[in-house]
Design a protein around this ligand. Structure first.
Ligand code: FDP
Length: 324
C-alpha cells in the first residue's frame, strides 16, 4: 500500500491481488503445517505435464491459488506448472492481470518435512479486453512482470515479493494470521559464500559447467572457494542465497539441454526478485528476464544469485564457447 501511493494512477488492484495471494498462502501454509497429521501426504498417482508425479498437496495448492484469484475481477487468466493449459477466468470477471504460478515447488520434499514454496509471477494483460484472454497473455518476456515473488513454507512462513521497487519480506505471524514486514528492502550480498547445485549431475555437464562448479568449489584465483548448500527445493535454496549470498545453478545436461526448471513459473519470477535485490540471473548466455517464452512449460538452464558469482559463471561459459 505504501508503494501504491507512489503511483497516483494505481487503482489498488495489484495490492488486492497480492492480498489474494496472501490468503492462498495462509491456507496452503496451514495445510503444509498439518501435512503429517492428515491424510494428505504422498503421491496422487497422476503425472503433471512435465511427467512428474503429482503430490496431493501439489494439487491442493494448485486449486487454492486459482480459487483465491479466479472470481475477483482482478485476473483474466492463470497458468500453473500443474495444469496442461492456461485457465481463463469467467468472461464477465476477467480483470487486467495475468497470474503464472508454481503452486508447490520442491514437492518431492513434502513427505520428508523439508521446506517447500509457492512461486508467482504477475503480468498485465496484453490481449484486448473485448475478447477472452489467451496464451499471448501468458507468454510474455520476464522484464514485463509487474510483480513476482514467493512464499516459503520453512521454519516460518515468509512472503518475499517485488513490484519493481526493491524486495520486501514478510513473515506470517500464526497467532494473528497476518504477514508482518520483517525484511524490508532485501539486498543480496555481491559475492556469495554458498554454491548450490546437484553435483550428482557432474558427468552430464559440459566442460564449461564443470569448470564453473569446480571454481566455486575449489576457488580459482579470481574467486574464493565457497561452501556447498543444496536442499533440492528451489525456493528454499534461492531464499538462503538471497539473504546470505550465494549462487544456485541448474544447468542443462546431456539428459535435458534446457535443464529442469521452468522459465515462466520458476526462473523468471525469481530472476526479477534477485535483480531487484542487486543480484543476477542468466541461462548462461542471456539474462533470464530477456528470454522470450515460446511455450507455457518451457524449461531453461538457470544460474542465479550474487552478482559477481553469476558474472563469473557467464564469463567462463562464454570463454568455453569460443572456438579454439
Ligand atoms: P522437485 O523436483 O522436488 O519439485 O522444480 C522442481 C525442483 O524440485 C526444484 O524445487 C528443485 O530445485 C529441483 O527440482 C531439484 O532437482 P534435482 O532433484 O534434480 O536436484
Amino acid at each position: 500500500m505504501e508503494q501504491e501511493r507512489l503511483h497516483p494512477e494505481a487503482t489498488g488492484e495489484l495490492s488486492n491481488l497480492l492480498y489474494d495471494l496472501c490468503l492462498a498462502a495462509k491456507i496452503i501454509s496451514r495445510q503444509v503445517r498439518r501435512a503429517g497429521l492428515t491424510d494428505i501426504l504422498g503421491g496422487s498417482g497422476t503425472l503433471n505435464v512435465s511427467g512428474d508425479l503429482q503430490q496431493k498437496l501439489d494439487m491442493f495448492a494448485n486449486e487454492t491459488v486459482r480459487n483465491a484469484v479466479q472470481h475477483t475481477g482482478r485476473v483474466c487468466i492463470t497458468a500453473s506448472e500443474e495444469d496442461e493449459g492456461p485457465v481463463v477466468c469467467p468472461r464477465e470477471e476477467q480483470g487486467k492481470y495475468v497470474l503464472l504460478y508454481d503452486p508447490l515447488d520442491g514437492s518431492t520434499n513434502i513427505d520428508v518435512n523439508v521446506s517447500i514454496g509457492t512461486i508467482f509471477s504477475i503480468h498485465k494483460r496484453v490481449t484486448s479486453p473485448k475478447g477472452d484472454a489467451g496464451l499471448a497473455d501468458c507468454l510474455q518476456v520476464g522484464r514485463k512482470q509487474v510483480a513476482a515473488g514467493y512464499i516459503l513454507y520453512g521454519s516460518s512462513t515468509m512472503l518475499v515479493y517485488t513490484t519493481g521497487q526493491g524486495v520486501h519480506g514478510f513473515t506470517l505471524d500464526p497467532t494473528i494470521g497476518e504477514f508482518l514486514l520483517s525484511h524490508p528492502d532485501i539486498r543480496t550480498p555481491p559475492v556469495g559464500k554458498y554454491y548450490s547445485v546437484n553435483e550428482s549431475n557432474w558427468n552430464r555437464w559440459t566442460p564449461g559447467v564443470q569448470r564453473v562448479v569446480a571454481a566455486f568449489k575449489n576457488g580459482d584465483g579470481r574467486i574464493q572457494a565457497k561452501n556447498a548448500r543444496y536442499i533440492g527445493s528451489l525456493v528454499a535454496d534461492f531464499h538462503r542465497n538471497l539473504i546470505s549470498g550465494g549462487v544456485f545453478l541448474y544447468p542443462g545436461d546431456t539428459r535435458s539441454a534446457e535443464g529442469k526448471l521452468r522459465l515462466l513459473y520458476e526462473a523468471a519470477p525469481l530472476a526479477l526478485v534477485v535483480e531487484q535485490a542487486g543480484g543476477l540471473a542468466t541461462d548462461g548466455q542471456r539474462p533470464i528476464l530477456d528470454l522470450v517464452p515460446k511455450h507455457l512449460h518451457q524449461k531453461t538452464p538457470f544460474i542465479v544469485g550474487s552478482k559477481a558469482d553469476v558474472q563469473f559463471a557467464v564469463e567462463v561459459l562464454a570463454a568455453e564457447r569460443v572456438p579454439a
